[in-house]
Design a protein around this ligand. Structure first.
Ligand code: UDP
Length: 410
């Protein structure tokens, strides 16, 4: 069943002087026009991964702006989440199609959730493929329905895409991170490209002084002031954690004392996590300078904040990526990033800004070495990355773009 997620209270006023003023102004104006609108946001997990990260920050601010917003998470059996992870992988291009049993598990679970959608809403925003079938199972009622896709669906597995496509036809609008992600033959008339954003005031991104961040990492067991590189991401093959270890080993031949932290959260809707964790752990092979951390061992938002802040370089070696919030999170902390040239990552790091884009393990190692050796360059890239995020990837800009869309749907 759909379950309400509780979030804190927050005020847009706190973003004055942080986010660009014209964006805050337009956001307030748009919100006045939508005052009182009832909005439901639906996704598949209350923690772990980018969507829950976004909703946790967006929902309180939309409420502060006078909108009546609920965030609900769909329930599902292990079979359902295995099916939706297969669907997620297939939509990102994996050749494995969905089995009949997986399609049935998906449709049954969506129908069970749809019958518990009892409130009236003006807008329903459905995030990602997991709950996408809610509209067909529930019917539109009096609401406008928006499908928000956070993954790279530019080259989907044709069978998986034809399954999902049938569930999307009645949506009033769909939102992708980039125009390039819109799959061929997309059925909705209205399609928008809106990039996600980070919350500069969340515990993940709030300013921490170096002393406090250092104490947090000391407590976790990182050897400071030793040299440190980090990747923060779900344990997912698309994030290429094994490639990170390979690249790191090349760098270690030059910088013997360098530590690597691999931080991964286990999301409720990602059953592959533990399998990948085991593979990564085997690849680390008891190397005392490679450390794996998870949300289950207490590495949560503030700890991730400290890692992103005190790493000399943050790596995000994705092969496929929707957006990669972790890139903006690190750049906001003025830490340069070495990242895969994938999906929404280049949006955040245009040539010469924020760090280096790479397409192979060797390039990744070379870029890490370059930034670890040239501290001045690393500092300059961190600075330009911070500015890029301030201008384009802070939460008020995302809320403004979303409210523009809702307002235009009437
Ligand atoms: N994250 C976290 N702890 C972890 C791994 C990830 O808090 O151990 C957060 C990360 O900081 C980011 C989000 O989960 O906010 C991941 O979003 P991203 O867009 O990078 O990737 P996704 O998981 O959505 O594919």
């Amino acid at each position: 069943m759909l379950q309400k997620v509780n979030v804190g209270r927050w005020s847009l006023d706190a973003y004055e002087g942080i986010a660009p003023a014209p964006i805050l102004e337009e956001l307030r104006e748009l919100a006045r026009g939508l005052a009182g609108a009832r909005i439901l946001q639906v996704n598949a997990t209350p923690y772990g991964g980018g969507v829950s990260e976004l909703l946790r920050s967006c929902v309180p601010l939309l409420r502060d702006l006078g909108l009546a917003v609920d965030w609900k998470v769909m329930g599902g059996s292990p079979e359902f989440f295995a099916a939706t992870k297969a669907l997620h992988n297939a939509l990102q291009g994996s050749p494995r199609a969905l089995t009949d049993a997986e399609r049935r598990a998906y449709m049954d679970c969506v129908a069970e959730n749809a019958v518990t959608m009892d409130d009236d809403y003006d807008y329903v925003i459905v995030h990602d493929p997991q709950p996408a079938g809610l509209l067909s199972a529930h019917g539109r009622g009096g609401a406008r329905w928006v499908w928000r896709c956070h993954i790279d669906t530019s080259e989907p597995n044709p069978q998986a895409w034809s399954f999902l496509r049938g569930l999307l036809a009645d949506y009033d609008a769909a939102v992708f991170t980039m125009p390039e992600f819109v799959p061929p033959g997309f059925p909705c008339a209205r399609v928008e490209a809106i990039a996600p954003a980070i919350d500069p005031l969340s515990p993940k991104n709030i300013n921490l002084d170096v002393g406090t961040a250092g104490q947090i990492l000391d407590w976790i067991g990182v050897d400071l002031p030793g040299r440190l590189v980090t990747q923060v991401s779900r344990f997912d093959p698309w994030k290429d954690p094994l490639g990170v270890i390979e690249a790191y080993r090349i760098v270690r031949e030059e910088i013997g004392e360098l530590q690597l932290a691999l931080i991964g959260s286990m999301a409720l809707d990602d059953p592959e996590g533990w399998g990948v964790y085991r593979e990564v752990s085997e690849a680390a092979d008891h190397d005392p300078l490679i450390n794996l951390f998870t949300n289950l061992t207490g590495v949560s938002n503030v700890e991730v904040n400290a890692f992103q802040r005190l790493s000399e370089v943050v790596v995000q070696k994705s092969i496929r990526e929707g957006f990669g919030l972790v890139v903006s999170e690190s750049l906001w902390k003025r830490t340069p990033v070495v990242a895969g040239r994938a999906g929404g990552i280049p949006l955040q790091m245009p040539e010469g800004t924020g760090g280096r884009l790479v397409s192979s393990t060797e390039e990744c190692a070379a870029a890490m070495l370059e930034l670890l050796r040239d501290r001045e360059l690393a500092r300059e890239l961190g600075r330009s990355g911070h500015e890029q995020v301030r201008e384009h990837f802070l939460l008020p800009r995302l809320l403004r773009d979303e409210l523009r869309l809702l307002a235009s749907l009437g």
